[in-house]
Write a protein that binds this ligand. Structure first.
Ligand code: ADP
Ligand code: MG
Ligand code: MG
Length: 211
């Protein structure tokens, strides 16, 4: 079944809850290899999103929800993650603009545009120990699932699984972008906070689609 605006809104509400629930975990990860604010930044941003969701007009489509998230995150998250996630949601919104519901190809387009937005903004490559290391495996898994004829829900589950594996796989890496890059080899053994928050957001997408 295609994913409607009801899913898009449920996804974002789930993101609000999941980020709040994992606030301390994300702070701890960022304290290890950054400045310790990632959980706070993300929670502030998604709480602001929650406050704005009720202002969405009744006739909204999924892209409108994504656009609201983008503008709100850009103006409230700050740091590295604010512009990166803001661009991700903005590009995702553009990729599905005007569509009342999303088939598998549209879901892949959404995820691909989000990842491309992060890369455009942050210039990180795979293996640089950033959120890209969650997004790129997610996009690849989603595209493969779509080519194999998977449903939108199954595509999102594949994406979430791959994002989680990608976040775990940042642990042995040395960082080449962001604050963690100042640490050199001392970043080894720590998971990238942005990759972890990305995996949480994508799991929320899958879980709400499965409902
Ligand atoms: P800050 O580092 O400014 O305090 P956050 O703590 O909110 O911002 O976000 C840190 C996360 O941002 C990192 O864990 C990493 O995933 C991501 N990040 C930082 N720089 C880049 C970049 N150039 N490209 C992609 N992601 C990045
Ligand atoms: Mg930080
Ligand atoms: Mg900071």
């Amino acid at each position: 079944m295609n994913l409607s605006v009801t899913w898009a809104e449920a996804w974002i509400r789930q993101c609000v809850d999941v980020i709040a629930d994992h606030r301390v975990e994300l702070i701890t990860l960022d304290r290890d290899i950054g400045d310790g604010d990632h959980g706070e930044n993300m929670d502030r941003g998604f709480q602001a999103v929650l406050g704005k969701l009720d202002t969405l007009p009744a006739e909204s489509v999924p892209g409108d929800v994504l656009k609201l998230v983008a503008t709100t995150l850009i103006s409230t998250v700050g740091g590295a993650a604010g512009p990166l996630y803001g661009t991700a949601f903005l590009k995702a919104a553009v990729a599905v603009a005007g569509k009342p519901d999303l088939d598998g190809a549209a879901v892949v387009a959404l995820l691909t545009a989000a990842r491309d937005g992060i890369v455009l903004r942050g210039k990180a490559e795979s293996g640089d120990k950033t959120m890209v290391d969650a997004w790129t495996p997610a996009v690849d898994a989603a595209a493969a699932a779509e080519r194999a004829g998977a449903t939108p829900v199954a595509i999102l589950v594949e994406a979430a699984d791959a994002a989680e594996a990608g976040a775990v796989a940042t642990e042995p890496l040395v960082a080449r972008k962001g604050r963690a890059s100042y640490l050199g080899e001392r970043a080894i053994g720590h998971r990238d906070p942005g990759a972890q928050s990305s995996a949480l957001l994508l799991r929320a997408a899958a879980e709400t689609a499965e409902r």
